[in-house]
Design a protein around this ligand. Structure first.
Ligand code: IMP
Ligand code: MG
Length: 191
């Protein structure tokens, strides 16, 4: 028998670790994902969508979004290296080797957060070159104050202030992805 209120690490029943400050509780994330799923599926009139999830950060968001979409979907994943940690040039964008062909498909890029906009702008360019029938982007979090390049994001879950955030798939040095909420590092760390 499970206890009524299980203290599962990351379940939200525990106080945030390491002085993290909760910015977006799990219930607000769930509301945003519900709304995004409704907006997104309404846009395609029953046609099949191919989601391209940008790993690792969008793993949890994409999994939740996918399960709320009442339309036929296919899933592809890709990796994009971060510009942080002194990297001056982006690493290669890599579509998973067994990804479905994107040509002629209605493609939606799913990412965790748009910050400078560079990663998403580049992903859009590279996928556009594969000649999808349409290409749109759905991002859970937006830090509009940090934009360096213009990029179109058709669906945004919510805007957040210019803080480095973790949880719900987002990490800092590989940590905190499993937290069910979005939290900011204490004292401006990470930016
Ligand atoms: P951009 O190219 O500057 O828009 O950066 C986008 C990528 O940087 C995101 O997909 C994340 O992987 C990472 N990133 C940007 N801001 C944060 C943050 O606050 N927390 C965790 N990762 C972030
Ligand atoms: Mg990312």
């Amino acid at each position: 028998m499970r206890p009524a209120s299980p203290a599962i690490p990351g379940s939200g029943h525990l106080p945030p670790p390491d002085g993290l400050e909760i910015l977006v509780p799990a219930a607000r994330i769930a509301d945003a994902v519900d709304r995004l799923a409704a907006d997104l599926s309404g846009r395609y009139g029953g046609r099949e969508i191919t989601l391209v999830a940008v790993l690792d950060g969008a793993l949890i968001f994409a999994a939740d979004l996918l399960r709320r979409l009442p339309v036929r979907t296919r899933l592809a994943t890709m990796r994009a290296s971060s510009y942080r940690d002194g990297a001056t040039r982006p690493g290669p964008l890599r579509l998973s080797p067994d990804a479905p062909d994107l040509a002629g498909r209605h493609v939606v890029v799913v990412d965790d957060i748009v910050d400078s906009g560079r990663t998403l702008a580049r992903i859009r360019r590279e996928i556009q070159a594969l000649e999808p029938a349409s290409l749109r982007a759905c991002v859970l979090l937006d830090k509009p104050d940090r934009r360096e390049v213009p990029v179109t994001v058709e669906w945004v879950g919510m805007a957040i202030p210019d803080r480095f955030v973790v949880g719900y798939g987002l990490d800092h040095d590989g940590r905190y992805r499993s937290l069910p909420y979005i939290a900011a590092l204490p004292g401006g760390q990470g930016s």
